[in-house]
Design a binder for this molecule. Structure first.
Ligand code: KIV
Length: 285
């Protein structure tokens, strides 16, 4: 079945109409189905797959193959939401050719409809080439986690006028290049507001305050599945960790105590068949 509804053009129209955009980073089929049912506009198969789901220390480790594996699953689950594949570290930085080929794989093999690329002017030539190949690009500026070692850690970016200028100019240049939307991560809300007012494309904030055109969170953070410590910008809408721990504890207790499964959770063999089987068994002994 062909997928319908939210496209890159829809997000731009939503900004024009003043309708806020809701995006989640998610990584698998059942979650994508649920997100779709709720009417969330876009699903980013984030490179946060690396640390959130695969247990690597940061986002630098995840590979193209791992990203594609999960993008395929999300694309199978999402019928309405726009699916965006996040280009992992070193899938685009080394050359324009790498960038186009890997971005294309997200659409051709992964079933995504767009890609996200971290960085501003330093990767502009790669972004332009991807766009020339007909692949929509979502930009990402501010605290771009693939640059963590260059930044010297995960800190809010753009608190000083010199860095704020760089981020603002990057946003402008990316818009001119033709990206359809821009993620603003961990920047002061005043800077995010200014960028949102200056660009016509929709901005999607994470740790960038309330004045962006949309918001994105990692679904595991929002559901309370990422342990006790989360960044300041995360709001936990529930604490699934507690629910899961309780359920698993109950399962363990019941199996140990011989209380699960009962016959209610077991399959029945017709009495006559069982009688024949026992007869054969006795004869053989
Ligand atoms: O990888 C990711 O999850 C992201 C975010 C914008 C949430 O890049």
């Amino acid at each position: 079945m062909e997928k319908t509804d939210v496209t890159t053009a829809t997000l731009r129209e939503m900004k024009a109409q003043g309708e806020r955009i809701v995006m989640l980073a998610a990584y698998d089929y059942p979650t994508a189905r649920t997100i779709d049912e709720v009417g969330i506009d876009a699903i980013l198969v984030g490179d946060s797959l690396s640390n959130v789901v695969l247990g690597y220390p940061n986002t630098l480790t995840v590979t193209m193959e791992e990203m594609l594996h999960h993008t395929k699953a999300v694309a199978r689950g999402a019928r309405r939401a726009l699916v965006i594949g996040d280009m992992p570290f070193l899938s685009y930085q080394a050359s324009v050719e790498d960038a186009v080929r890997n971005a294309g794989r997200f659409l051709k093999e992964g079933g995504a409809e767009a890609v996200k690329v971290e960085g501003g002017r330093s990767v502009l030539d790669k972004i332009e080439a991807i766009l020339r190949a007909g692949i929509p690009v979502m930009g990402h500026v501010g605290l771009t986690p693939q640059w963590v070692h260059q930044f010297g850690g995960f800190r809010v970016r753009g608190k000083t006028v010199s860095i704020a200028r760089v981020i603002l100019e990057d946003a402008r240049r990316l818009e001119q290049a033709g990206i359809f939307s821009l993620v603003l991560e961990c920047i002061p809300w005043q800077l995010a507001k200014l960028i949102t007012e200056k660009v016509e494309i929709p901005t999607i904030g994470i740790g960038a305050g309330p004045y962006c055109d949309g918001q994105v969170l990692v679904i595991h953070d929002l559901l309370g599945l990422t342990g006790p410590r989360v960044p300041k910008f995360v709001k936990r809408y529930t604490k699934l960790d507690d629910v899961v721990v309780k359920a698993l504890g109950n399962f363990r207790r019941e199996v140990k105590a011989g209380k699960f499964p009962t016959l209610k959770h077991s399959y029945d063999m017709p009495r006559e068949e069982m009688r024949k089987l026992l007869g054969e068994f006795r004869r053989r002994r």
